[in-house]
Design a binder for this molecule. Structure first.
Ligand code: TAP
Length: 454
């Protein structure tokens, strides 16, 4: 074990010191999880449901504490952090109804009875990034537990604290020991070991496309199931017939929320030429109004970036001579602050239009026709999210069908809903999380034929 410091990104102060696992201790945790999974899968569906409901209740009574931990560890605004803790409660409550609904099929056959069972996989490994430590953890752990699996969760090294608290709450709720374990440590050690370990039956990974590729290759060696939630460079497409005032007022929050460290950030804003000037004028006012301040302050709308090194990466996207249109403000002094910034590159091949920045930089371009809007929106290796603003219903349907992306919203920037499926096209990922079918992704389908011949 080796200890590492957890830093508050708004103050640069040490918040806690955490013991990181090594390969041996990861193996021990997986062995405990494997043993625990044998009894957890046999817990009666109604009892598994009840335990998960109690877990959701424990999270509910700890929301303020979890939120404060996330503000200190991740620099999330207190308002966002409370929403995130509430999202964990709701996700666990939603999937607490799944154990009694893992319904198989009865398929007509001659001379017998044919039925399918949804068997748990055993041990599920989930690897979580630092940008939304709580919700992303719950999106896999809740349906995986509901389907009768044990879960080993590796939080990001920068943000382990809320996941560690969730494991305590699970125990307090009566979830048996070792059914849900949190394993802090390095991705290259703990994460890699979960990928390589033969007793981990599935990996759910959320993070960068680069690491996702390595994980998929590691899983391929063992023909291990894998779900990947990767990066994004989503388009916010605004047609001239839309409510331009509403589109401009909401666009900053669709990209600068969580300081732009959001895989669903609408970081490419495409505006129809005839509305471009009007939009930009209102957008500038809205961007300058974004309150970038101490995330613990109730009025704060945007906090700092996660780390000094990430701020350097974000800043590297704006060398001398960058096409900056305007910027908002950010506090000075300690903390990894970065002011919201709007750029207007001339071509969609510019790296500001192509690469995921994962920071508060929005790129705006204009288009002339619906066809060009769709072409520009699809001119990306990613396909995770996006928005379409128009009052023309036919256009809304045509464009939402034509954009290559897993999650779109029309005349809004809807965030992820736990009861609808979520995931990406192209380099944004593989598989889907959330929605009613998620627990089935943590099972193997078994088909059994019972002969009725005498
Ligand atoms: P990554 O560097 O990819 O890290 C994600 C997680 O993987 C961390 O827990 C990390 O551990 C671990 N990891 C790193 N190397 C590993 C390896 N070789 N084997 C196993 N695990 C390993 O991403 P990040 O910087 O934390 O997050 C930012 C990226 O994630 C962005 O590109 C963003 O778009 C993407 N993201 C996507 C989504 C969805 S839903 N599609 C959601 C959030 C983030 P350490 O902490 O030790 O590095």
């Amino acid at each position: 074990m080796s200890a590492f410091d957890v830093i508050n990104p708004a103050t640069e102060q040490v918040v806690a010191s955490v013991e990181g696992l090594e390969v041996d201790s990861t193996d021990e945790a997986v062995a405990r999880a494997k043993q625990a999974s044998e009894s957890w899968r046999r817990v009666a569906p109604g009892d598994r449901s009840r335990l998960l409901r109690r877990f959701a209740d424990r999270v509910d009574s700890d929301i303020e504490n979890l939120a404060r931990l996330e503000v200190a560890n991740s620099g999330h605004t207190i308002g966002n952090a409370r929403w995130e803790a509430g999202n964990v409660r709701d996700v666990i409550a939603y999937y607490s109804a799944a154990p009694e609904r893992l319904i198989g099929q009865q398929i007509p056959v001659a001379d017998g009875l044919d039925v399918t069972f949804h068997e748990p996989l055993g041990v599920v490994g989930t690897i979580v990034p630092w940008n939304f430590p709580m919700p992303i953890a719950s999106w896999s752990l809740a349906p995986a537990l509901a389907a009768g699996n044990a879960v080993v969760l590796k939080p990001a090294e920068l943000t382990p604290l809320t996941a560690m608290r969730l494991a305590e709450l699970a125990l307090e709720a009566g979830i048996p020991e070792h059914v849900f374990q949190v394993l802090p440590g390095k991705g290259s050690i703990v994460g890699q070991r979960l990928v390589d370990h033969p007793d981990v039956a599935k990996i759910v990974f959320t993070g960068s496309t680069e690491v996702g590729r390595q994980i998929m290759a590691g899983c391929a060696a063992q023909v291990k199931a894998v779900t990947l939630e990767l990066g994004g460079k989503s388009a916010n497409v605004i047609f001239a017939d839309a409510d331009i005032e509403a589109a401009a007022a909401t666009a900053p929050y669709a990209v600068f929320d969580n300081a732009g460290q959001d895989c669903c950030a609408r970081s490419r804003i495409l505006v129809e030429q005839s509305a471009y000037e009007a939009f930009m004028a209102e957008f500038e006012v809205a961007v300058k109004k974004v309150v970038v301040a101490d995330p613990a302050d109730e009025t704060s709308e945007m906090g700092p970036l996660i780390s000094a090194s990430h701020r350097e990466v974000v800043a590297s996207f704006l060398p001398e001579g960058s096409p900056i249109a305007f910027r908002g403000s950010a506090p000075e002094g300690p903390g990894f602050w970065f002011a919201p910034t709007v750029v207007t590159p001339e071509s969609s091949v510019h790296r500001l239009m192509q690469e995921e920045i994962f920071g508060p930089i929005a790129a705006v371009m204009s288009f002339a026709t619906e066809e060009e809007a769709v072409r520009l929106a699809n001119d990306s290796h990613f396909g995770l999210s996006g928005s379409i603003w128009t009052r023309d219903l036919g256009r809304a349907i045509r464009v939402s069908r034509a954009i290559e992306s897993g999650n779109l919203s029309v005349n809004s920037h809807s965030s992820v809903r736990y009861w609808t499926p979520f995931g990406g096209f192209k380099l944004s990922g593989l598989g889907r999380e959330l929605g009613p079918d998620a627990p089935f992704a943590f099972t193997e389908t078994k088909n059994v034929f019972f002969s009725t011949k005498e």
